[in-house]
Design a protein around this ligand. Structure first.
Ligand code: FES
Length: 110
């Protein structure tokens, strides 16, 4: 696990791009929990951290492709998905494990 940012850096309902072990990751804090997926949309590189996150998914701000936050799987289209990464929250700090499959969101209150 690698430190990503303080919990307070991301308001609930928003995402931010953070760098973890040299990887650019879109980190989200939602009402359902914390999620991390690859930063770039596989369609044309859209910044997924700037997308609208709702219902455990994010909509790319460029062409509105949707991805599941917990798995990175595409939703409603046949294109490729993105990698989802494991997130942990401890003592007000958010940690991400690149390449470790995400399981489920960490409770937002953690
Ligand atoms: S770049 Fe994300 S949908 Fe086109």
């Amino acid at each position: 696990m690698t430190y990503a940012c303080p919990v307070d850096a991301i308001p609930t309902g928003e995402g931010r791009t953070v760098t973890v072990d040299g990887h650019r990751v879109a980190l989200f804090r939602t009402a359902a929990g914390w999620y991390a997926i690859d930063r770039a949309c596989p369609h044309a590189g859209g910044p997924l951290a700037d997308g609208i996150a709702a219902d455990c998914s994010v909509i790319c701000p460029l062409h509105e492709r949707r991805f599941a936050l917990d798995t990175g799987a595409p939703i409603g289209h046949d294109g490729p998905g993105v990698r989802a990464h494991h997130v942990e929250v401890r003592d007000g700090r958010v940690y991400v494990a690149i390449g470790v499959p995400a399981t489920e969101g960490v409770p937002a209150a953690a």
